[in-house]
Write a protein that binds this ligand. Structure first.
Ligand SMILES: Nc1ncnc2c1ncn2[C@@H]1O[C@H](COP(=O)(O)OP(=O)(O)OP(=O)(O)O)[C@@H](O)[C@H]1O
Ligand SMILES: [Mg+2]
Length: 465
């Protein structure tokens, strides 16, 4: 991230407008984008909704003090640099803030030049720190969070959570999400950005294998444990010692093995098959599944105690259809990668195709997007991928069974106009009143959308959520 680009966003939290205003003006003059909040609650809500690069907090706020807000920020956004503003005579609190991880403090009334200096210094430090972390993972060839592409609020929230758990070394992490949403990618990034980076990251896929085989993969066996066991074999949990054991597709692990796995998770000891000694390892567990584990617990396919053991902190990868905003970035990244891999020189995709991509529901999520691009690039005829390069599905949606009604008409009939108005209103609410995005949810063009907003007399106030 270039330090001085106008992409750099700063949040000021202070309850006095006359304090915020000069700061805002001065920072804007420096080319920063400035967001304001008058209390802790608003401050947090801006941080959740926007990608903020630095925060300036007042110590005294109407709904709590700046120090406790700082504490919350450190928990949720550990990498965000924070500068505290302190009134005259509150040096002790300022020191406390530094201990809690504030970058620095500045006395009120703020000397604007001093503030600008501090801001630049803090941004430089964070960008250096990021660079070091990214370099470290690049040099080592181990992908970190920069490989998880996307800037939608949903994905950013996931990355923030993942960064936090990557730093706490011993908690189990459960990654949930549909197939192709990037669970494996995230698991590896968590490992590579944490203190166990450089130690082994071992994946055990718990699917498509009988229980005994997974058991011997996971825990190993002694010589003679079964007919084919001519020599002793280490289990993957031993190979992973010191590092991370990634239990992929954990929802598919047979019930017969779940008790043993639970035992292992509880005290990190196990026995090889046919063994008599208890062995102990130091591993962090990350598990992933595309199944709904709670449902599996209810259906008695998955032990409840194992579920709670795994679910210490869980991260949900959102499906791609819920973060269409990420599609342009993903497309550009994949085209870049595929150009290299396939020795092509594709420049981009047509607007029409991109629009279709943003509307398409992507049942196979990012994997499907990537595969579709790869196929299209292999056969591409021009430098820009257009409609003719993609499968028709993309423009007309996945095949729907011809006879399947979309919705069952109730016996008493329905007030269609009311239904339509309500759907349009919901779409606008969900997208914060953005007609283009709302249109996409309803498969309406911009004009069709505009027409309906007018027809139904929807106003901005109707669409605020
Ligand atoms: N945010 C992302 N940025 C870039 N590539 C991504 C992203 N998410 C997923 N991918 C890519 O999409 C493909 C599928 O991701 P991954 O294998 O991690 O999904 P998964 O959730 O584990 O799927 P499954 O449940 O089927 O195992 C991979 O090639 C991965 O590199
Ligand atoms: Mg996977």
């Amino acid at each position: 991230m270039p330090i001085h680009s106008d992409m750099t966003r700063i949040l000021i939290v202070d309850d006095e407008e006359f304090v915020r205003w000069p700061l805002k003006r001065r920072l804007e003059k420096e080319g920063f984008e400035v967001f304001e909040a008058g209390n802790c609650r608003q401050g947090m809500s801006v941080l959740v909704q926007q990608e903020i690069h630095l925060a300036v907090l007042d110590l005294k706020l109407p709904d709590g003090d700046g120090v406790s807000l700082l504490g919350d920020i450190r928990k949720k956004f550990p990498d965000l640099p924070v500068i505290m503003m302190t009134a005259f005579g509150s040096v002790e609190t300022a020191v406390e803030a530094l201990k809690l991880g504030a970058f620095d403090y500045i006395a009120k009334p703020c000397n604007l030049e001093e503030l600008i200096l501090l801001v630049n210094k803090a941004l430089e430090m964070t960008s250096l720190r990021e660079e070091v972390k990214n370099l470290r993972s690049k040099v080592s060839g181990r992908p970190g969070f920069e490989t998880v592409v996307g800037s939608s609020p949903r994905l950013r929230h996931v990355i923030d959570q993942a960064k936090i758990v990557s730093e706490t070394d011993s908690t189990n992490v459960l990654i949930l999400g549909e197939s192709g949403t990037g669970k494996n990618l995230l698991a590896e990034a968590i490992h590579n950005r944490g203190p166990r980076a450089g130690k082994p990251f071992i994946t055990v896929t718990c699917t498509a294998m009988p229980g005994e085989l997974i058991e011997s993969e996971l825990f190993g066996h002694e010589k003679g444990a079964f007919t084919d066991a001519k020599t002793a074999k280490k289990g993957l949990c031993e190979v992973a010692d010191g590092g991370t054991l990634f239990l992929d597709e954990i929802g598919d692990i047979p019930l017969s093995l779940q008790a043993k796995l639970l035992g292992f998770l509880e005290n990190h000891t196990f026995r090889r098959i046919g063994g008599t000694r208890d062995l102990k390892v130091d591993v962090r567990i990350i598990a992933a599944t595309n199944k709904n584990l709670k449902q599996e617990v209810r259906a008695k396919n998955f032990r409840e105690d194992l579920f709670y053991r795994l679910n210490v902190s869980s991260i949900e990868m959102p499906p791609l259809r819920d973060r269409a905003d990420d599609i342009p970035l993903l497309v550009m990244r994949f085209i870049g990668d595929l150009n290299l891999k396939l020795r092509k020189n594709i420049k981009g995709v047509s607007e029409q195709a991109l629009n279709a991509m943003m509307r398409y529901p992507w049942p196979g999520n990012i994997r499907e997007l990537k595969n579709m691009l790869e196929r299209s690039i292999i056969f591409a005829r021009g430098e820009e991928l257009g409609r003719r390069d993609f499968p028709l599905d993309l423009f007309f949606g996945p095949e729907e069974g011809d006879e399947e009604p979309v919705m069952i008409l109730p016996p008493e009939g329905i007030d269609f106009e009311k239904l339509e108005r309500s759907l349009v209103k919901q779409a606008l609410e969900r997208t914060g009143g953005n007609q283009a995005k709302a249109g996409r949810l309803l498969n309406f063009t911009r004009d069709q959308m505009r027409y309906r907003v007018k027809q139904f007399g929807l106003t901005a106030a109707d669409t605020e959520n």
